[in-house]
Ligand binder design. Structure first.
Ligand code: URA
Length: 431
């Protein structure tokens, strides 16, 4: 087999076989295929695409380039979720204990953030002492004992994807749907869960800007999952404004704890219980979606989810006084950004708000940056809300840096108009 033949075959619009895709992944990972050859191949995909079988073979070849976790020693159905990335997305922090409280097993490996805000692991580390690195044996034991554990990505998961992603990033080949789908699914399939729910974000703050694109991505990922023998579903949710109100690491843990105390923002509760209900059906713990959703919503009020979260914090060495008194998670130095206009909030650029939090120190610009876990912002108004001149739009939680820049970004990111705007959060389900 020769790489040039495969480039020409794809350029002419023909489908590649499983062996051809395995050859590409293996020989690119070991350096036999050069970056300039792989770049040319990747660009053919922008024009010719891939069918579901090819994308599945790509996902599986990338999965098999590294560690694949065997969770068979954990009793019960293992469930997992993945978000394609959004601002203020703290759903894993609430959903993992909520599902564990309902009998599902959550053995979750999560990432750190690069870009506007931290990832789930950064957020959990805002609880002092919380260990995000456990041995695989301790991870398995904890999930068997209390139903959940959330740790950082350990081992070498899908190294072929890491190498390819770095190349895509500098060759204009990131936004190609079969590449995004196989990249995400290679890592999800390596994590070993039985049922996976994907939260595909749509809108200004997301990878996928339109519902059409998001549907295509969701369908392909669900099909890759099916062809790989896993139960995968996807929900499409809006990222036309941040999720919830609080953005920043400690702030998002704070809002998650409020949510598990029955005081969560409507949108956070809706996305969490929608994904949760889908996973309880997929795990065969519940049979009716609406009933499952109601039961989950109840557990956010009666302390069930919060108790599970406390158990996880204790099991992973975290200081549980931060769960009982979450204001310790946040700096007390604040700056208010006020409205200079009257009307209704018509648009919030989620990305702009995320970047503002990052400028305050809540996100990383390079992998080496150290993030400030106690800073971020609280967005008091959401799309459709009425505002008067002088109303506080956002409270910034600050240390030393970025206040002016963040204030400017926020002013640019929030649009106030004269007509009340509707906002739809859940945009569809793909099974
Ligand atoms: N997230 C991933 O993991 N891969 C992509 O290609 C895009 C988003």
């Amino acid at each position: 087999m020769h790489i040039v033949d495969l480039i020409l075959k794809k350029r002419a619009g023909n489908a590649l076989t499983k062996e051809e895709i395995q050859y590409l992944v293996k020989n690119y990972t070991n350096g036999t295929i050069k970056d300039y050859q792989m770049s040319s191949f990747l660009m053919t995909l922008f024009f010719q695409g891939m069918n579901d079988e090819e994308a599945t073979n790509l996902a599986l070849s990338m999965r098999d380039s590294g560690d694949v976790f065997d969770l068979s020693k954990i009793n019960g159905i293992k469930v997992d979720k993945h978000s394609t990335g959004g601002v203020g997305d703290k759903v894993t922090l609430i959903l993992a204990p909520l599902l564990a409280a309902h009998g599902a097993k959550v053995a979750k490996m999560s990432g750190r953030g690069l870009g506007h805000t931290g990832g789930t692991i950064d957020k959990l580390e805002s609880i002092p002492g919380f260990k995000t690195e456990l041995s695989f044996e301790d991870f398995e034991r904890q999930v068997n004992e209390i139903g959940l554990s959330v740790i950082g990505q350990s081992g070498d998961v899908a190294p072929a994807d890491k190498k390819l992603y770095a190349l895509r990033d500098v060759t204009g080949t990131v936004d190609i749907i079969p590449l995004i789908a196989s990249s995400i699914m290679s890592k999800k399939l390596a994590s070993g869960s039985d049922a996976i729910c994907l939260d595909v974000k749509v809108g200004s703050g997301a990878f996928m800007k339109t519902l059409d694109e998001a549907k295509k991505l969701a369908k392909l990922m669900v099909n890759i999952g099916k062809l790989a023998g896993k139960k995968v579903t996807a929900i499409l949710t809006s990222m036309d404004e941040p999720l919830g109100h609080k953005i920043g690491n400690g702030l998002e843990v704070f809002e998650s704890i409020e949510t598990m105390n029955g005081k969560g923002p409507r949108d956070v509760v809706e996305v969490t219980t929608t994904i949760g209900a889908q996973l309880l059906l997929d795990a065969k713990i519940e049979t009716d979606f609406e009933v499952a959703k109601r039961k989950l919503a109840k557990s956010l009020h009666d302390g069930k989810a919060l108790n599970k979260f406390r158990e996880m914090v204790i099991a992973q060495g975290g200081d549980v006084s931060y769960v009982d008194n979450p204001s310790k998670l946040i700096t007390d130095k604040t700056v208010e950004v006020k409205s200079t206009k009257e009307g209704y909030i018509t648009k919030i650029d989620a990305l702009g708000i995320g970047v503002a939090a990052s400028r305050l120190g809540a996100g990383r610009e390079t992998k080496e940056d150290v993030i400030d876990l106690k800073v971020g912002l609280d967005l008091h108004k959401k799309i459709g809300d009425k505002v008067k001149v002088g109303d506080v739009l956002v409270t910034l939680y600050v240390s030393e840096k970025g206040v002016e820049e963040a204030t400017e970004l926020i002013k640019k990111s929030i649009t106030i108009g004269s007509k009340k705007q509707d906002f739809k959060l859940i945009l569809g389900t793909v099974k």
